[in-house]
Design a protein around this ligand. Sequence first.
Ligand SMILES: Cc1ncc(C[n+]2csc(CCOP(=O)(O)OP(=O)(O)O)c2C)c(N)n1
Ligand SMILES: [Mg+2]
Length: 819
Amino acid sequence: MPKSIVIEPERVFNREVIRFADIPVNAYDTAPDQALASFAKEDLVAIWRDMAAIREFETVLNEIKTKGAYKGVTYNHAGPAHLSIGQEAAAVGMAFALEPNDHVFGSHRSHGEILAKGFSAIRKLTDEQLLAIMRSYRDGALLGPVERGFGGGVRELARRFFVYGAYSEIFARETGFNRGLGGSMHAFFAPFGIYPNNAIVGGSGSIAPGAALFKRVNRKPGIVVANIGDSSFGCGPVWEGITFSAMDQYRTLWDPAVGGGLPIIFNCMNNFYGMGGQPFGETMGMQYVARLGAGVNPEQMHAERVNGYDPLPVIDAFRRKRQILTEGRGPVLLDTITYRISGHSPSDASSYRSKEEIERWQQVDSIRAFRAKLAAHRIASDSTFDTIQSEIEATTLDLFKLAIDLEVSPRLAIDSDLVGAVMFSNQHVERFDTRAPELLHQPADNPRVQQIRGKIRTPTHEGQPVPKMKAFNVRDALFEALLHRFAIDPTMVAFGEENRDWGGAFAVYRGLTELLPYHRLFNSPISEAGIVGAAVGYALEGGRVVAELMYADFMGRAGDEIFNQLSKWQAMSAGQLTMPVVLRVSVGSKYGAQHSQDFTALVHHVPGLKVVYPVTPYDAKGMMNAALAGTDPVVFFESQKVYDTGEMFEASGVPEGYYEIDLSEPSIKRAGTDVTIVTLGPALYTAAAAAQELETRYGVSAEIVDLRTANPLNYEPVAASVRKTGKALLVSDAVERGSVMQTVASNLTQLCFDDLDGPPVVVGARNWITPAAELEAMFFPQTAWILDALHERILPLKGHQPRTNQSLATLVDREKRGI
Ligand SMILES: Cc1ncc(C[n+]2csc(CCOP(=O)(O)OP(=O)(O)O)c2C)c(N)n1
Ligand SMILES: [Mg+2]
């Protein structure tokens, strides 16, 4: 909603029609003579060789999955094998036209694309570069086994290294690209421009735009290709990634020096099937994937359909589209038609297609057809092709044998703690690039900075409580931390639905609009999956991101991106990639059922995410600072109940300077001796009121431990408090069933069993929808609930008259009713 773009009534009421341009379908018609003459002979042979090598690579997997052996060598491969037999021309054509610094992302069926891109990079990098990569990659762990006894040249060595790394990865060997932690569907090799391949259909569709964004913002050379299947165009996140990539603002509002539209090709590997369903004619209505471009932007994404059963039209298309992206006119949609002759997986009985159909595609098989074409035009003789084929088979067999040899290619020991060690990277990175951060003025001159300067940062001022308007509050605290890092890390960007002129949902970013150029702070489409996906892609490329989702309730819209992508790529890369993403989500207040749920439990359950929930200015600043200096994904919960709240606990106030709070450390907010009240989120303030009442009315001294974080969590200070008091009551605004507090209660029971007077008690919100603002008191834990639960289940309070029913009988009754 920039003011510079005016919505004029006269204009929008104009009568007109929207015209579409023709979308080319198989427009390539260069005569073979002419086409072949434009390539060096050795390149044409190399193209064929790459296709044949991919076919053989996949054939090995097919044979061992279906027959248990390849050329007499038996092997039981337990994992998946989604093969791309038939799709080689599409993969090799694409890769041939790409440079090493062009990055490809792919799908569960990407072995062919990986190999093709690797072979292409090997041809384009120098011997020195290749040797440096092979020697440094995982300290030569992949190079050692293939180097031994090999007397050939560097390029041949690199091909062997690469095929061996791929097989090893698929077979879960330590010598795999990702030590076997990625596996067949998630393998990648960044030094050759091969970025994560994704077992989630369309997963790359929302991630790759973030990679393209990284290239633009950080002025990196190269383009990004998202290789996704035809069925993935039925996935919402793919559409979100496309619209994210096609935003007008790249060209209308951003500094032209940044480069214009995102340099990304959505390349549909269109094999006409999605497992057993057919997007063509059955499960979708588009008929041509290329048609979809027409709805996206006036350029129609430069969409076209190309024949991916022949590498030459694909090379031609990629070269032309690459040029479009270089000129800043992206994004591009390519509908590359191909066919998978192999089943979806080796267990596929092909019950959804006829034998005749498969045979017809085998008859026009690209490898045979391309060889025949090259032979007919005397590019190489039949005997040359035969020799190459024999070499491929011999090498593939060698490398397969090497990769299954447990002596040479061991698996992680079953008691290895490597996976645990790579779930988080736990690094501290000041800046991901050394160039000066782009700012539009000095931070000290920022109007918000100046306004904050007059605020009071301590709980009291001259002996009096601080009026709300004058208090340095949680919103200011978050702003200060963000500003600090924006001014240090040039790669840091923030985006979300209302991030720029609006001032960020709940005004945390107010002031940043003036400070930051568009490409560092911008509005996105209302595309939660697109937002988180882009953040993941940006981080995978090496940049820092703050993504914002307004309300925690909207995380469902970005479910896959949070649960499977943000959380998992560090570990699936065996610790080679980092994920410096802070995902800000706020828990609503007074907004009813779909805008007020504390969803900490959801993300707490997902391995690989840090989940924090500070609710005081001191904690908010210190924890945001730590999150923004880290390298791990942090889901940063904020409560709308407390954005305006000043510091009430930290007597010395919130420092103006920089400090960090360890993201695993709880904080004792009130010292006490009789009972420990553990809190997470704004229930801290409810607990503080309850503790006050306990003190004054019943003479009970409550200690309050604010967890501040759900994961990671240092239990020591919590357990120490509970051991001291012998009693624990846990309270949060999350619905009680399955809440973080239930996990903490269960662990405290075990940690403190000998010292507990009774089991820890969890007080949460009711297992209901959040009702209207006027009725919230019936839903969220109230002071009375805490007192009543304590009285009923832990520590009878003298003379206390319970106002609510916190009995165990009620608990049993409610559970039986599922509420
Ligand atoms: C989100 C999601 N839904 C379903 C699946 C199961 N699945 C795996 S592959 C596949 C078909 C994908 O078809 P397409 O995108 O055309 O790629 P292709 O398999 O043809 O290469 C399905 C449904 C999945 N992996 N992810
Ligand atoms: Mg398909």
